[in-house]
Write a new protein. Structure first.
Length: 183
């Protein structure tokens, strides 16, 4: 006795088909599709019959593409952080964002990272300040916002990794940022 565990297949309603047509009209293919040759089309039923004859099932193959843009932001590895703290790895540049508004700090940080990368800097220290208190009142805004900014696409062309600084370099109020090499 053979049983199937697959759920029953239902057909789309008219409303679902109309919705799908609207969605597919609004998109454009990434690459032109290759039209299969006549020999490939005629070979396709033979492959299905071969699978059916062996009792196997043909599972659909899903090909996923890597997202475009920079890879995810990583933490600085433990060894590099130790080398920075011990003074073996130098901090190539520093910026202090104390006393700046969010808008000023954002623009200044972006400009700083651009210049540092162009001058060959690999590790920079971004000082945000600790802020007073943990919640509300706009306190510690840069401490919270700068790590988020560094993950944005406009900063990702410069930044490859970040990590909270050691207490010697500002602790919770500072970040080590590893820069990408200039292209």
């Amino acid at each position: 006795m053979t049983t199937t565990d697959s759920p029953p297949v239902r057909s789309l309603t008219a409303l679902e088909r109309e919705l799908w047509r609207d969605v597919t009209r609004s998109i454009a293919p990434l690459k032109p599709r290759r039209v299969p040759s006549r020999s490939e089309i005629s070979a396709a039923p033979e492959k299905r019959n071969a699978i059916a004859a062996t009792g196997g099932t043909a599972a659909p193959v899903r090909i996923t593409r890597a997202p475009k843009g920079p890879p995810p932001l990583l933490p600085i590895d433990r060894r590099t952080k130790q080398r920075i703290v011990r003074g073996v790895q130098t901090i190539d540049a520093r910026i202090d964002l104390h006393g700046r508004t969010q808008g000023e700090a954002h623009a200044t940080l972006l400009h700083f990272l651009h210049l540092a990368q162009n001058h060959g800097a690999r590790i920079v220290l971004v000082i945000t300040g600790k802020g007073v208190g943990e919640l509300g009142g706009g306190r510690g805004v840069l401490k919270r916002q700068v790590p988020l900014w560094l993950g944005l696409p406009e900063f990702r062309t410069y930044v490859s990794a970040l990590e909270q600084a050691h207490a010697e370099h500002g602790g919770e109020g500072a970040l080590y940022v590893r820069l990408r090499r200039a292209r």
